[in-house]
Write a protein that binds this ligand. Structure first.
Ligand code: GLU
Length: 339
């Protein structure tokens, strides 16, 4: 799952997108690309490997438009290559996608049967095909997204732009995060807060099964039936420094050293000092905002689902939970869990 950054506003999108993607580099990636408006069309530049390769290609490029999207890719469908790198563009619609479209084979066959020309090996390009088909019928990117989202299965976050409406972006998600930063006269959409904090602290967290429609500097969020939702604008209490490496040679090392402080900060609001005990009054879970006490009292088994290093950490967690909470715990590899 890699990085998404999109910009709509008065500034030149290129630098904002590239610097945003750099903030997301810690997530790892194999290629990168941008699609930015120039003379009425979305101009796409992509490169395999590090962002510096993309930057080199971009030095000579000129863009006069004020909208653009960018992506760092971690290949899941198709080899890491320039041709498979995002954005994917079909009929004036460009998209960037994090995650996996599970039913991509079925969509691929449908697109081919309808005469679509598929240029990459990715699942992501198919989303561009579907949006492009629907935009031709509806003449509207948001309406197109309303029709496309129910056709998608899997975990995804998608940001799309259409060159015929250069003051609009449409985003939707199911799984991987997508955050909409609301600046003064500008909107920055990104898959992680790091890419946004230097421009604005006012953000909307897009939830699963929601579609965000950005026009100019405004963002409206809808459910999948097209009903407008009331979304909270969250003020984030973060500065850029806390998002960067702060002298550590890499992000993982910084995260390791940060853990005692991060765990303490997360627990602090729920710990009473005198006498020492946990107090979970205001903590709730899930869309129904179920009180933590009810959730915890009803747990009879815990699965820890993780990969790589977090799997080993999960195995350690397994001992703690079993010993302290007297609950059966199973730590599973995420890639196997669904089976
Ligand atoms: N599944 C997509 C691909 O292989 C997106 C991967 C990602 O999240 O970067 O291109």
């Amino acid at each position: 799952m890699c990085g998404i950054v999109g910009y709509l506003g008065p500034k030149a999108p290129k630098d904002i997108i590239i610097s945003g993607l750099k903030q997301l580099e810690y997530r790892g990636y194999d290629s990168a690309g941008v699609a930015i408006l120039h003379q009425g069309s979305l101009k796409r530049v992509r490169a395999q490997g590090k962002l510096t390769n993309l930057e080199k290609k971009l030095t000579e490029e000129k863009f006069d438009g004020h909208i653009g999207i960018g992506h760092t890719r971690w290949a899941t469908h198709g080899v890491p290559s320039e041709n498979n790198a995002h954005p994917h563009s079909v009929g004036g619609v460009s998209i960037v996608h994090n995650g996996i479209i599970e039913n991509y084979m079925e969509i691929r066959e449908r697109v081919l049967a309808e005469g679509g020309k598929i240029k990459s090996e990715t699942d992501s390009e198919l989303v561009a095909h579907l949006l492009s088909q629907e935009v031709r019928e509806t003449g509207d990117l948001f309406e197109a997204a309303l029709r496309v989202v129910p056709q998608l299965e899997g975990a995804y976050s998608v940001l799309s732009v259409w060159e015929e409406k250069p003051d609009q972006m449409v985003a939707f998600k199911n799984g991987p995060p997508l955050i909409i930063g609301l600046g003064k006269d500008e909107v920055i959409v990104a898959s992680d807060i790091q890419a946004i904090v230097q421009y604005t602290k006012e953000v909307i967290y897009l939830d699963d099964h929601e579609i965000a429609y950005v026009e100019g500097s405004k963002c409206t969020v809808f459910d999948l039936k097209g009903n407008q939702l009331k979304k909270e604008i969250v003020h984030i209490d973060w500065n850029r420094e806390s998002a960067e490496k702060q002298g550590y040679s890499h992000f993982m090392l910084k995260e390791i050293y940060e853990q005692p402080r991060a765990v303490a900060a997360a627990l602090d609001p729920h710990v009473l000092r005198d006498p020492y005990r946990a107090e979970l009054k205001d903590l709730t879970f899930g869309p129904q905002k179920t009180p933590a006490r009810d959730v915890f009292n009803n747990i009879d088994r815990i699965y820890i689902v993780a990969c790589g290093t977090s799997y080993y950490a999960g195995m350690t967690g397994e001992y703690f939970f079993e010993k302290l909470a007297h609950l059966p715990v199973e730590c599973e590899l995420a890639s196997e869990f669904r089976y």
